[in-house]
Design a binder for this molecule. Structure first.
Ligand SMILES: [Ca+2]
Ligand SMILES: [Ca+2]
Ligand SMILES: [Ca+2]
Length: 297
């Protein structure tokens, strides 16, 4: 069985941890900028119609996936630093609406996992999305095999082979979630992980834009589409080679939703409210009528 074999070899030969650099790029089968680069802004984009406005890359090339207007998830081993600057784009148009935020020092590792949770200095406006996240507990291959995520086709995010400015260096591929790792050790972290084997076109689980995470992609969100929306299911953690098999491993968010909710309850603040807009309009109306009255004096 594929998943058992992968777990076995990964456990015995170890896995290659993604070591970061700004040079590397996600590996996507048959990559093309129109299909795989978010900011090519093409209708043939693999994730066309899905909202990526809640995904950010900070000025150091580290990833954020927003789960409230001001709270993000990333990877413990490669997470945004306090005071980093991150620009979010409301659409896939690189010249469209964008806002820039600062990463704060309110942040922490989630237990002993490779998940990292933190805040930005000001909530994103309501034209920017934040993501629902997985909550289902999965603690064994058996539970994974009967879970909603077994064989789900996920969007895999990473740095693009195309030469974009850092904040726009976002490529998207796909892969089928088909591996579960029990207590895998990567670096100093031991945790379960959800994974996706890198297949060839002749393999039954192959999908278009089949992706394998690489160096520099750690901390990006792994999303499963559902009902036209994206659910954050994992965070890029590692890639592995086991014999002639290669694949990607993700921290599984659904085993930490309780801890995530505790952090959200403490630190999440709402997006700028409709009330602020109403106040602005009232103030503007007052100014206009005041001016009119003045000009008629
Ligand atoms: Ca859970
Ligand atoms: Ca690039
Ligand atoms: Ca695959």
């Amino acid at each position: 069985m594929r998943s058992a074999r992968a777990s076995f070899w990964a456990a015995f030969f170890g896995v290659s941890v993604a070591v970061w650099s700004t040079q590397a790029a996600i590996s996507i089968f048959d990559f093309s900028s129109a299909v795989n680069d978010r900011f090519a802004n093409s209708p043939s984009f693999v994730a066309y119609g899905y909202d990526l406005s809640g995904v950010g890359l900070d000025n150091n090339g580290q990833w954020l996936a927003m789960i409230s207007p001001n709270v993000y998830l990333s990877a413990n081993h490669y997470h945004p630093s306090a005071n980093a600057s991150v620009t979010f784009y409301a659409s896939n148009d690189p010249n469209g609406l964008s806002v820039t935020r600062t990463v704060t020092s309110i942040a922490q590792r989630i237990r002993t996992s490779d998940l990292w949770i933190g805040t930005i200095n000001e909530p994103l406006p309501n034209s920017f999305v934040y993501y629902d996240f997985a909550t289902e507990d999965i603690t064994s291959s058996g539970q994974f095999n009967s879970s909603a995520y077994k064989n789900a086709v996920a969007f895999i995010l990473g740095r693009s082979p195309t030469d974009w400015a850092t904040s726009k260096d976002m490529a998207v591929g796909q892969n089928k979630l088909d591996v579960w790792f029990d207590s895998i050790k990567v670096g100093d972290t031991i945790d379960d992980a959800i994974g996706a084997v890198k297949d060839s076109p002749s393999d039954p689980n192959f999908v278009s834009s089949e992706a394998l995470v690489q160096t520099g992609d750690s901390g990006a969100g792994m999303f499963v589409p559902s009902g036209g929306k994206l659910t954050l299911v994992g965070i890029n953690w590692f890639y592995y080679t086991a014999g002639n098999e290669t694949g990607s491993g993700f921290s599984y968010v659904g085993n930490y939703d309780g801890d995530i909710q505790t952090f959200l309850n403490l630190y999440s603040v709402p997006e700028p409210s409709a009330f602020a807009g109403v106040t602005g309009l009232l103030a503007l109306g007052w100014t206009v009528s005041h001016r009119l009255r003045k000009s008629s004096e």
